[in-house]
Design a protein. Structure first.
Length: 184
């Protein structure tokens, strides 16, 4: 009877040790599997963002940063085109001699795709872009650093900004009223 109890205890002990060893071996494998799945998800998200950027020409509305705007805020239009070769070009800057340039693409939390590039015109200067793509909307900042003159920062978006109607300055209105009274 003691032999049977000893054999049963040994079998239970061996089974328990095997289970512990298997569980310990399985945890690193699970972590590797989780990391592999996360990497696949990230690659798919990057490809989706790249495909969305390349899907069409992006009409963007460009406005000067408040420190560059002066009294009157203007909205200019530009077209950004991304290619499958990892390049981007601005139609307006291309007309001024800035060629297409390579861009980098990264993902932030929340599914925001961030792209960055620098365009160089040897005689004019540098232009830096940093854009974000989320939910089909492209937004970003463009920084012009000319060889001559001061730096300027602009914002761009695919959503047309509501700048509002500029009101005439009070002095000009009073001058116009005085002129109309003199004519009477």
């Amino acid at each position: 009877m003691k032999k049977i109890l000893a054999v049963c205890a040994a079998v239970i002990f061996a089974a328990g040790m095997t289970a512990v060893a298997y569980a310990a071996a399985a945890k690193p494998q699970e972590k590797q599997d989780d990391a592999a799945v996360q990497e696949i998800i990230k690659k798919q998200a990057m490809q989706k963002a790249r495909d969305e950027l390349n899907s069409h020409e992006w009409m963007v509305y460009v406005t000067p940063a408040p420190e560059n705007a002066g009294k009157r805020i203007t909205v200019e239009e530009d077209v950004l085109t991304f290619s499958g070769e990892g390049k981007v070009v601005s139609r307006e800057l291309l007309a001024k001699g800035y060629p297409e340039s390579n861009y980098t693409l990264s993902l932030q939390e929340g599914g925001v795709a961030v792209w960055e590039t620098m365009q160089v015109n040897e005689s004019e200067g540098l232009v830096f872009f940093r854009g974000e793509l989320k939910d089909g909307v492209l937004t970003g900042v463009m920084s012009k650093q000319p060889q001559k003159g001061s730096k300027a920062t602009y914002y761009f978006t695919t959503v047309k900004p509501d700048v509002g109607v500029q009101q005439a300055e009070p002095e000009k209105e009073e001058t116009a009223k005085k002129k109309s009274k003199k004519k009477r």
